[in-house]
Design a protein around this ligand. Structure first.
Ligand code: ADE
Length: 247
């Protein structure tokens, strides 16, 4: 059967998933280790993507063309942009856009030239089942423990909507304000999702992008980001994906 591809952005996240996976073989391609095996009875391929849109596009292409993945699920962290999108919250992308794509005046700003579109939709059915898994995980009392509480993460919320991607870490108030003005419905910003979305669209593959908010893309983003990834991100990704596959 064709595998489900699980793509991680962070070493910590992949490690948490790999710890639960029965790996059958590791295929090294394009500088990446693709772990092929079984997770909760599902045929899976797990891979660390790398950072940025090109890394995401390369990884997604290989997953589709070489591994014949039947669907792609990306898990990672993101900076919160939308009002009320706080550190520790989970964002499930309904659609994705490249905020740094601009071929104007030849094409409208953000539009992928010659495709006629700027937003790429995640798979509805995948999102529905992932949202259910997210709620089960975050609604479990005391799930996040004392380390997360020390970071101010208490009761995370699930948000669904637009996620934007670009080859830039957004780490100052001016940059995040500019994005909020330009794309007022954007919930979160990261560096891979929209690239994966474009490739998945080209390959006709269903996909989903699941992000935990590590920072608010503001002046303290780099500090929050580094503190957060060890404490919360790996746990949320592994628990949600595990829950989702187990159901
Ligand atoms: N991933 C996590 N936080 C981010 C930020 N502030 N900008 C871009 N990508 C991110």
């Amino acid at each position: 059967s064709r595998p489900t591809a699980l793509v991680g952005a962070m070493q910590q996240e992949l490690a948490a998933l790999l710890a639960r996976c029965e790996t059958e073989r590791v295929v090294r391609l394009a500088g990446r280790d693709f772990h092929v095996g079984r997770l909760h009875g599902h045929h899976v391929v797990l891979v660390l993507c790398g950072i940025g849109k090109v890394a995401a596009a390369t990884t997604a292409t290989l997953l589709g063309a070489h591994f014949r993945a039947r669907r792609l699920v990306f898990t990672g962290v993101a900076g919160g942009l939308g009002e009320g999108v706080r550190v520790g919250d989970v964002v499930l992308a309904d659609c994705l856009l490249q905020h740094d794509l601009d071929a104007s005046p030849l094409f409208p700003r953000h539009e992928v030239p010659l495709t006629g579109r700027s937003r790429f939709d995640a798979d509805t059915a995948l999102n529905l089942s992932l949202a259910r898994a997210v709620r089960r995980v975050i609604d479990r009392p005391g799930h996040f423990g004392p380390d997360a509480a020390a970071l101010g993460v208490t009761q995370p919320q699930l948000h669904r909507g637009l996620v934007i991607s670009g080859d830039r870490f957004i780490g100052d108030a001016q940059a995040s304000l500019a994005l909020q003005r330009e794309l007022p419905d954007a919930l979160a910003v990261e560096m891979e999702g929209a690239a994966l979305a474009q490739v998945a669209h080209d390959l006709s593959l269903p996909f989903a992008v699941l992000r935990t908010i590590s920072d608010r893309a503001d002046d303290s983003a780099h500090v929050d980001f580094l503190r957060f990834i060890d404490v919360v991100a790996a746990q949320v990704s592994a628990d949600v994906v595990g829950r989702w596959l187990a159901d």
